[in-house]
Structure formats: C-alpha cells, structure tokens
Design a protein around this ligand. Structure first.
Ligand SMILES: Cc1cc2nc3c(=O)[nH]c(=O)nc-3n(C[C@H](O)[C@H](O)[C@H](O)COP(=O)(O)O)c2cc1C
Length: 179
C-alpha cells in the first residue's frame, strides 16, 4: 500500500513536517511505500475561476493552469492514503494548503467526488505558536477532505505543548493506517 503525505509549511524540518515524517515512519515500518511532498517547494498557481466561475475543471476535471498541481494530483491518484498537514496561520490553514485544496476540490467536482472514496485521509493542524486556532484550522481542513470524498482515518491537532505525546502517537497511527 502507498501513503502520500503533503505538508504545507515552508519549514521542511519544522513541526508540521515532523508530524508527516512521524506518520510515514510508522507506515514504513509496516512495509508500506511512502512519499512526502513539501507543498511550498512546488509551483501551485492560484485558481483563476476561468470561464466566469466554472471552467475546464467542472467540464473536464482538469485545470487550465500549467504548474506542479497535476503531478501532485497523479500522486494522490496512485496512493491508498493521503496525509495532509498544515501549519496553523491565524487560526486558519496555510495559504499554500488553500491554494492547492481549492483547485483539487474544483477538479474533483467533475467526478462527483467519487474518485477518492476508497482512500483514507489523515488531517493534521500544527499550531506552533500559542496553540490557539488549532481546532478551527483542523475543522476547515476536515471540510476539504470530507468534500473530496476521503474516508477519514484520523484528524489531529498538535501544539508545542502536546507534541511530546502526539508525535509518538503519530508513529503508531502510521502503523495502523490500513488496519
Ligand atoms: C503568519 C503566521 C500566523 C500564525 N498563526 C498562528 C496561530 O493562529 N496559532 C498558533 O498557535 N500559531 C500560529 N503561528 C505559528 C505556526 O502555527 C507555527 O509556525 C506552525 O506550527 C508552523 O510551524 P512549522 O513551520 O515549524 O511547521 C503562526 C505563524 C505564522 C507564520
């Protein structure tokens, strides 16, 4: 089985990225194939809402913009589980998360949100400051993942104060993702 993790902090060794790495460590230990994408290293342009709102995405399930979006989408297609981790910015998900997930949601509309129904998802919101806003950001991330049609495996908030027990928990979660 394959587990794809997308993390959307600019810090590839920060708290958000570490949550993804810990989960993948657990999955790997069970023999699963894993891959981590640092979303902020990819070129993901913002949606142009072409054709007056609903464009090629609704008609054909593809996006007119040329960048790294399509390649990441193909990796999601090839995975059995998707972990999506966002840093908490202003009680919200990150800008790069939004940009990517907005385009994915549009494109999957064409397919009636059916294509991911056999895949499981893990949503993580990492609030590395005060810790405030983690639950709100996670709720917003959950909305995207639900809308996209994934089966939720887990939804996790993590802060500087609770990372001591949550990071080991994520290793365990990674071991059990297909159980
Ligand atoms: C623009 C901005 C807004 C932030 N807003 C919050 C916030 O609302 N709550 C919080 O706990 N931390 C906040 N933080 C801290 C981030 O959540 C923290 O940097 C996050 O865990 C990402 O860390 P990482 O880059 O090490 O993964 C903010 C950071 C930035 C840069």
């Amino acid at each position: 089985m394959k587990v794809l993790a997308i993390q959307s902090s600019p810090n590839s060794d920060g708290l958000t990225a570490t949550t993804a790495k810990k989960f993948l460590e657990g999955a790997q230990s069970m023999g699963h194939e894993t891959e981590l994408i640092n979303l902020n290293d990819q070129v993901i342009k913002k949606c142009k809402a072409c054709d007056g709102g609903w464009g090629q995405c609704r008609r054909e399930g593809t996006c007119i913009l040329e960048d790294d979006f399509q390649a990441i989408r193909e990796k999601i297609d090839g995975a059995d589980a998707l972990l999506f981790a966002t840093p908490v910015y202003w009680w919200d998900i990150s800008e790069s998360s939004k940009t990517f997930l907005d385009r994915l949601r549009r494109c999957e509309t064409h397919f009636g949100f059916e294509r991911y129904k056999d895949k499981v998802s893990v949503g993580i919101a990492a609030a590395g400051g005060s810790g405030n806003g983690a639950a709100r950001a996670l709720y917003l991330l959950e909305e995207y993942l639900k809308r996209l049609g994934f089966k939720a495996f887990d939804l996790v908030t993590i802060t500087q104060r609770n990372k001591g027990h949550k990071l080991p928990m994520l290793v365990e979660a990674g071991k059990r993702v297909f159980s």
